[in-house]
Ligand binder design. Structure first.
Ligand SMILES: Nc1ncnc2c1ncn2[C@@H]1O[C@H](COP(=O)(O)OP(=O)(O)OP(=O)(O)O)[C@@H](O)[C@H]1O
Ligand SMILES: [Mg+2]
Ligand SMILES: [Mg+2]
Length: 292
């Protein structure tokens, strides 16, 4: 098969591993920088060109679209879809996953466990907003935050109200979320491919830090998920509409709670922590899905 890996950087671990796995399975892999693709739309049908060449004869695409280029990246994925090329993640699923709020809205509809979350149009009644989220301590998150930046723990009602007022004053969009204390500064990354958890790791924040992000100094170890955790992760990936997803869960006293679902989850941390050939699982998913 001819497989396109949409990535801006062929040197990245995830990109390199996908190329390696595709070739190992006997396929032809092309790393394509989606930002350099041009989209052509006309009556005779959709097409894509890349430099001087048309992109033709592809059987599948693996989007690795960075959060900062979601708009153009998903337009390119959609064009491949219109050309009947199978994508491991649909353009719609990627768009869903990119917005913390939209993602939680979709998960809630499916009855998936999540921390109670409140979002308002800069409501001035901050006391009510904080108490709706269960009262302090609460977590405030900037909608456009990433890698743990813009995620704040407000320990008491006063702190929560003043932080929320400050964000509101700056017209910064935030969600207010129940704080899951018993998670103990750790979260779980469950890697889902084709409706199955293929690997999972626990990420523990550094001493005194409630955020477990590896970018914030957290550490990762392999973890065996419970059946309930597996079910939750699989259901979350399905609800958002992703064939390949990194589902982040908190372990709480009322079971697993989903924080977010990522559509271009990194392979390095999870392959190193688990020793599983995750790139190979993604290629196997394509082999199963594409009938030539
Ligand atoms: N409601 C919560 N209760 C307890 N801990 C939380 C809660 N929300 C977030 N955390 C901790 O903070 C970390 C960062 O939060 P979150 O994943 O929501 O934002 P982010 O990492 O900035 O987003 P992204 O992963 O998209 O970059 C989580 O991994 C988790 O360890
Ligand atoms: Mg996160
Ligand atoms: Mg994320």
């Amino acid at each position: 098969m001819k497989i396109a890996i949409l990535s801006r950087n062929p040197q990245l671990y995830s990109t390199r591993r996908l190329v390696e796995a595709a070739e190992k399975h006997g396929h032809e892999a092309h790393v394509i920088n989606h930002l350099l693709c041009n989209i052509e739309i006309e009556q005779k049908g959709p097409s894509l060109f890349y430099g001087a060449d048309y992109l033709e004869g592809f059987d599948a695409v693996i989007p690795r679209v960075g959060a900062s280029v979601t708009f153009y990246g998903t337009a390119v994925v959609r064009q491949f879809e219109m050309m009947n090329v199978f994508s491991v993640n649909s353009s719609r699923g990627i768009v869903h996953s990119r917005d913390k709020l939209r993602c939680l809205q979709v998960l809630s509809k499916e009855g998936i466990g999540l921390p109670k979350t409140v979002f308002t149009n800069y409501s001035r009644n901050v006391e009510h907003v904080v108490s709706s989220a269960g009262g302090a301590p609460v977590v405030l998150k900037l909608l456009e935050g990433t890698q743990g930046l813009g995620v704040v723990l407000a320990e008491n009602q006063n702190a929560a109200q003043s932080v929320l007022e400050a964000f509101n004053g700056l017209k910064a969009r935030v969600i207010v979320q129940e704080f899951i204390k018993e998670a103990g500064g750790a979260d779980i990354r469950a890697f889902v491919v084709d409706g199955e958890v293929v690997g999972a790791m626990k990420r523990q924040g550094k001493e005194g830090e409630f955020r477990s992000n590896l970018h914030r100094g957290g550490t990762a170890t392999i973890l065996q998920l419970t059946e309930e955790e597996k079910r939750t992760a699989i259901k979350a990936a399905e609800a958002v509409g992703l064939g390949v997803a990194g589902v982040d869960l908190l372990q709480s006293s009322r079971g697993p709670l989903v924080l977010e679902v990522n559509s271009s989850p990194g392979l390095e941390g999870i392959e190193r922590a688990t020793g599983v050939d995750i790139a190979g699982k993604i290629i196997a998913f394509i082999e199963k899905s594409v009938t030539r």
